[in-house]
Design a protein around this ligand. Structure first.
Ligand SMILES: [Zn+2]
Length: 240
């Protein structure tokens, strides 16, 4: 049986996941971006070229760390959302820690007037702060890690950065597959992104750990006496 449409929400929709969906169901998935606090924020139209903001429901601003507006086309540090229909609990310029970019204004061929956002890189707290090859620090965006892990023969993964290095917890890794290969693949991707990666090791686990709400955070930093303050929030949907 073939579904009429396939929607993807809650996690980053990677290029590989798109291909898998198309291959399995012969349908291009519609990427949907939402959060528990706001419900829907944006969704792809049939053009699959960015996600139209639901501007009649939510005012969405892409801002930097200080809350200043970001130039269209560049990834911001977070989003401020104002929900127009929420009367019981008004949300006004409420911060979401997702890194997204607003697409420049030319209208979408579908005819909808709503502005579009391009990729959602993932939660800002999922970015890994690592020493940079050229000195100083670099913030490695989650999509770098996603691309490295996506094609491996496993059913689940979780990358944890702590003071001892990076541990990749892998679930469902084929028995014959090599955890060393998993670790090398991630280390190579981080090096390619310009980071001097700390030691990377991969460990087999029966299943990756989940939050009380059932989500499995894919990338966590637990360093210097505590997790990122943004961690622990649970969102209904984030996308690429
Ligand atoms: Zn459109």
């Amino acid at each position: 049986m073939q579904p009429g449409a396939v929607l993807s929400a809650s996690e980053v929709l990677t290029a590989e996941a798109r291909r898998d969906v198309e291959h399995a169901w012969n349908r291009r998935p519609f990427n949907v971006y939402a959060a528990t606090e706001t419900a829907g924020i944006a969704a792809e139209c049939g053009q699959h070229a960015g996600l139209h903001l639901f501007e009649d429901l939510v005012i969405t601003e892409v801002v930097d760390d200080e809350g200043r507006p970001f130039t269209p086309g560049e990834y911001g540090s977070r989003l401020l959302v104002t929900v127009l229909g929420s009367r019981t609990l008004p949300l006004i310029r409420y911060g979401l820690s997702d890194s997204v970019r607003m697409l420049p204004a030319p209208p979408c061929p579908c005819g909808r007037p709503f502005l579009r956002i391009g990729g959602v890189q993932g939660r800002a707290e999922e970015a890994l702060r690592l020493p940079a090859a050229r000195g100083g620090d670099i913030l490695v965006q989650p999509n770098v890690v996603h691309r490295a892990m996506e094609l491996l023969p496993l059913t689940g993964w979780q990358v944890v950065l702590d003071d001892s290095g990076i541990t990749v917890y892998v679930a469902g890794l084929a028995e014959l597959a090599d955890t060393g290969q998993v670790a090398r693949r991630l280390a190579d991707a981080l090096a390619l992104a310009g980071a001097v990666a700390p030691p990377v090791r991969a460990v087999r686990v029966p299943a990756v750990s989940r939050t009380a709400l059932g989500k499995a955070p894919l990338i966590r930093s637990v360093r210097g006496g505590g997790e990122h303050p943004g961690r622990g929030r649970d969102k209904a949907a984030d996308t690429d």
